[in-house]
Design a protein around this ligand. Structure first.
Ligand code: COA
Ligand code: AMP
Length: 640
């Protein structure tokens, strides 16, 4: 719990709420469960009979799409705007009321049912930021099918790995996306992914976009039926919501693990609906009819939670923005959207703010727009550096709330509880643990550290509702990856410390995950790609500091002896391989050929020391180093 200076100590509303969640989680979450509609009401909140795997609301039943749509229509709010689609790239803006969105979701669910999708089946969604993405997700939820949304910046190989792991039956896609001025055709990627995958997909549904070449009729792949979204939607019968167990999976969202195949984070239906609804009111202070805009992508957890499910479960209006912070057309784009739609709550990444700041340092473009509707700006995805926090706070004169979370947790582990109490914010800190998250700091041996001491950030089990109950078909992998390092605790993979007043400071990952423009990537997977090149003997991919994207990957490679290849040729080949195998999203553009990499006597590459040297930080060379001379090699690359 937060510690306070004795003189300033007072028990605030937030502290009381946190204490209730800690002391009596059963009563706390059953109380929160009243905010949603159940087919079978839960008689208990936590089921710990399979600890360390925990489940929430195990005896209850519900439908998530019913809660996100039908419930608001039944309450007489069918004509409230549910969704505003704004696309500077195709110059289009369109609103959907709850009635209209429900109609589309009912028919999309009917279309999927006609394509043979049953409750529990997996459906892959590979779509750009268009309304069909939200319709498809909610249609899966309506059927009790499990969606797996794959971000459009991933290449065919990554898509195929996700199709196979989930054993997806159907893919919902579009002819493509538009990346500012570049058209990204999706269908060739789909064909390639199908060729690489094990063949579980039997139907590909294509939304034909006039701006991007390619349609269902132009493609055929043996064993798959390609159908046109528009045509089938017109013919489809509306499908009612299917009641599912609260513990049934709503979705799988793959995220970078340290190495190897991506991890399929599972989200349940009941715990998720309760946590989303609770967070909308208590963290974001967003209520029915309020406009929330999360400028992320539906392919990431932030998009799942706060473009799609959170705002719609709350009966609010969500904005789906198919554009960038800069370049579509300028750094005033965010302020234009806020003023056009009366956005109350904006949520974005530090990278987006830094990109806007670089293009418009004094935010002159913001002066063209009325930002008076804005109540708060929430930021997550990577650390919000104090400089950017100060800039945004001075610009908006509104709370700029950093909050820290992960794909795994689905909602904020730490935040300032804007809907409960307006607490002072501190630059560089995502404030306090959200009620239900019992956060502690451990050293390597599992001993608890005191205030200001940096260590592993861990969360005492059980995690609250809405967090991952397990990995897809991977209970053991879940236990091994997260629950084994410190028994009884969830390992976040982040390091940090609490200050004297209980504010948490999250300093960075302790594993090989990096955050590039708020996109989570594994340097281990990138090294696997580089190592495939016939000229590469060994390699290391390091996350180096980038003034806009926070971090960017940089590859250091040692050539096999006797190999002769020009550095520029090798670099171009490695960059192309990365784009081909992981995707453009890897943003891999830096290759340095070196004569040696520093290693320990047991052969482990000293990546941390390399990162410190390359970033110009203080560094310590571990005594176990095998080849001290390699340190000079890395130092030389910096001064080049
Ligand atoms: N589909 C296909 N390609 C995509 C893509 C998508 N959905 N998203 C990104 N890419 C591509 C980009 O076009 C770029 O390709 P390029 O190498 O050919 O230029 C590459 O992936 C890297 O993208 P990115 O790292 O985003 O860099 P950028 O230079 O295109 O854009 C910013 C810079 C700052 C505008 C952009 O990173 C941004 O908007 N960041 C905010 C991200 C965010 O909100 N994340 C939320 C997580 S909570
Ligand atoms: P993702 O699963 O893509 O949401 O990435 C989760 C990781 O991003 C976390 O483990 C952190 O390393 C980082 N992260 C997300 N939000 C923050 C934040 N507000 N402050 C610091 N790091 C963050």
């Amino acid at each position: 719990m937060r510690s306070h200076n004795a003189e300033t100590h007072h028990v605030g509303v937030f502290e009381e709420v946190s204490e209730r969640a800690t002391l009596d989680p059963e009563a706390f979450w059953l109380d929160a469960a009243q905010a949603i509609d159940w087919d079978v009401y839960p008689t208990a909140a936590l089921d710990d009979s399979h600890a360390p795997l925990y489940r929430w609301f195990a005896d209850a039943r519900l439908n998530t799409s019913y809660n996100a749509l039908d419930r608001h229509v039944a309450a007489g709010r069918g004509e409230t705007t549910a969704l505003i689609y704004d696309s500077p790239v195709v110059r289009k803006s369109k609103s959907y009321t709850y009635n209209q969105l429900l109609d589309k979701v009912e028919r999309c669910a009917g279309m999927l049912a006609e394509a043979g999708v049953l409750s529990g089946d997996r459906v892959a969604i590979y779509l750009p930021m268009i309304p069909q993405a939200i319709v498809a997700m909610l249609a899966c939820a309506r059927l009790g099918a499990v969606h797996s949304v794959v971000f459009g910046g991933f290449a065919a190989k990554e898509l195929a790995a996700r199709l196979d792991d989930a054993e997806a039956k159907v893919i919902i896609t579009a002819s493509g996306g538009i990346e500012t001025a570049r058209v990204v055709e999706y269908l060739p990627t789909i064909v390639e992914a199908l060729a690489l995958s094990a063949g579980t997909v039997h139907t590909v549904i294509v939304k034909d976009r006039p701006e991007v070449p390619g349609s269902a009729g132009e493609y055929s792949v043996a064993g798959t039926d390609w159908i046109d979204w528009h045509e089938r939607m017109l013919m489809a019968d509306p499908h009612p919501p299917v009641s599912v167990a609260a513990t049934d999976p709503l979705y799988i969202l793959y995220t970078s693990g340290t190495t190897g195949s991506p991890k399929g984070v599972v989200r349940d239906n009941g715990g998720h609906a309760v946590a989303m609804t609770w967070s909308m009111k208590n963290i974001y202070d967003v209520h029915p009819g309020d406009v929330m805009w999360t400028a992320s992508d539906v392919g990431w957890v932030v998009g799942h939670s706060y473009i799609v499910y959170g705002p719609l479960l709350a009966g609010a209006t969500t904005v789906l923005y198919e554009g960038k912070p800069v370049g579509t057309p300028d750094a005033g784009a965010f302020w234009r959207v806020v003023s056009d739609y009366g956005v109350k709550t904006l949520f974005t990444s530090p990278t987006a703010l830094r990109a806007i700041r670089k293009a418009d340092p004094h935010a002159l473009l913001a002066k063209n727009y009325d930002l008076s509707s804005l109540d708060a700006l929430f930021v997550a995805g990577e650390r919000l550096d104090p400089d950017t926090w100060n800039w945004a706070t001075a610009l908006l004169e509104k709370p700029v709330i950093d909050h820290w979370w992960q794909t795994e947790t689905g909602w904020a582990i730490c935040s300032s509880p804007h809907g409960i109490e307006r607490l002072p914010l501190r630059a560089g800190s995502p404030s306090f643990p959200s009620p239900g998250f019992r956060v502690e700091i451990f050293d390597d041996s599992g001993a608890a550290l005191g205030m200001l001491e940096e260590g592993h950030i861990v969360i005492r089990l059980p995690l609250p509702p809405g967090t991952l109950p397990t990995l897809w078909r991977g209970d053991q992998r879940y236990i091994d990856s997260y629950l084994t390092a410190f028994p009884g605790y969830y390992l976040t993979g982040d390091s940090g410390y609490f200050d004297r007043d209980g504010y948490l400071f999250v300093m960075g990952r302790t594993d090989d995950i990096i955050n590039v423009a708020g996109h989570r990537l594994s340097t281990g997977s990138m090294e696997e790609v580089l190592a495939q090149h016939p000229s590469v003997a060994e390699c290391a991919v390091i996350g180096i500091h980038d003034p806009i994207k926070g971090e960017k990957p940089a590859g250091y490679v040692v050539l096999k002896s006797g190999v002769e290849i020009e550095d520029a040729v090798l670099a171009a080949e490695l960059i192309a391989m990365m784009r081909e195998q992981i995707g453009a999203v890897a943003a891999f553009k830096d290759v340095t050929v070196v004569s040696a990499l520093p290693k320990t006597r047991s052969g482990k590459i000293l990546r941390k020391t390399m990162r410190q040297i390359i970033n110009g930080d203080d560094y310590v060379v571990p005594p176990t180093i095998e080849n001290t001379e390699a340190i000079a090699v890395i130092i030389a690359t910096v001064s080049r």
